[in-house]
Design a binder for this molecule. Structure first.
Ligand code: NCD
Ligand code: ZN
Length: 345
């Protein structure tokens, strides 16, 4: 019996597209399935002004494969020098859809992020006023906090105080990796949502560290214990509006992943929809895949869901490339560790 599933075309609410030859090489992996994506601004140098975002958007559009129908939703990288008026103007013109908060030093290219949250108070108040979402990389960065605790400590010591001090601020907790993140997002009001990546539904920290170190499973926030992975799976497959897909697909060339100081990031753009279908089927929740991948995100971002649909069909294991060969070098595609049976037609 052929099993198939037709859903609205999905969107990716957290994506790294990079620039130059890497952008050109990996963009088709996203545009093949996704209609829109929130584009991360952590380039070198970062996308900090409306003018930077406009120029980056042009470079993305120029790199689009022929015939692709894809809309990049741009973001600004919040710094302590961000000008609330520039940001408000970029939002009003429709150029940007969100602002990204990286605590300084939290992850790849985050050195210009925020150190002193008092310095961005004016910007956050402006964002609350105009309803512009703040996408948050939720990890503290101080050396005294264990890397596996950084998300939970961030929620208590940074995120919750920011939200209390800025009523009406719309926040996306990005790539949550813990039960603490699920619980905090669940308890928040309508101004709070959380994205979940594809890979955090599949791997826990054992996948990274048992039987030899696996650099292609290393990302930030780092995968946690199994109990956290299970909490993420329950949240993603719950159908609840506050949880939606942000793949955090983050390409790095193999040389830099398989390195003495390897870069953080899993590249999942190529097979995300097949992996998600497998996960949702395992959880008996195929009927909720559309909510997670195609409906909840646009609802939070106050956009219409896509009119077009995609169809996934179950059959023999799906063949997908082990690597994408870009002009910048090869990028290894995320390997869930088991065969995938759902093909996007
Ligand atoms: C991202 C990257 O490589 O830009 N890496 C990652 O592990 N997710 C940065 C980020 O989103 O933290
Ligand atoms: Zn990311």
């Amino acid at each position: 019996m052929t099993q198939s599933l037709t859903i609205r075309r999905p969107d990716d609410w957290h994506l790294h597209l990079r620039d130059g030859a890497m952008l050109e090489g990996i963009l088709p992996e996203t545009t093949r399935h996704f209609a829109r994506a929130i584009i991360m601004p952590n380039l070198v140098p970062p996308v900090v002004t409306g003018a930077h975002a406009a120029a980056y958007r042009e470079r993305i559009l120029k790199a689009m494969p022929k015939g692709a129908a894809f809309t990049p939703l741009m973001t600004l990288y919040l710094t302590e020098d961000t000008d609330p008026e520039d940001l408000a103007q970029a939002a009003a013109s429709g150029l940007i859809s969100a602002v990204k908060l990286y605590p300084a030093g939290a992850t790849t290219n985050s050195a210009s992020g925020v150190r002193n949250f008092d310095r961005v108070r004016g910007v956050l108040e402006k964002m609350a006023e105009i309803g512009l979402p703040l996408c948050v990389h939720g990890e503290v960065t101080t050396a005294d906090v264990d890397i596996f605790d950084r998300e939970a400590v961030f929620i208590d010591t940074v995120l919750d105080p920011i939200r209390r001090a800025t009523p009406g601020l719309r926040v996306v907790m990005e790539h949550i990796t813990t039960k603490n993140g699920v619980d905090y997002a669940s308890a928040g009001g309508e101004d709070l949502a959380a994205t979940i990546t594809t890979h955090h539904l599949v791997i826990n920290r054992n996948h990274i560290l048992v039987g030899g170190i696996k650099p292609h499973y290393y990302c930030l926030p780092v995968a946690k214990r199994e109990e956290h992975r299970l909490a993420l799976r329950a949240a993603a497959t719950s159908g609840e509006g506050r949880f939606f897909l942000g793949t955090d697909s983050a390409p790095h060339v193999d040389d830099l992943k398989e390195h003495a100081c390897g870069c953080a990031g899993c590249f999942t753009a190529t097979n995300t929809m097949s992996v998600l279908a497998e996960v949702f089927e395992q959880e008996g929740a195929l009927d909720r895949l559309e909510a997670f991948a195609s409906l909840n995100g646009p609802a939070f971002y106050r956009m219409a869901p896509n009119d077009e649909t995609i169809t996934l069909t179950k059959g023999d294991p799906v063949a997908y490339p082990a690597k994408i060969y870009t002009g910048a070098g090869p990028v290894t595609v995320f390997d869930p560790g088991y065969p995938l049976h759902w093909r996007v037609d």
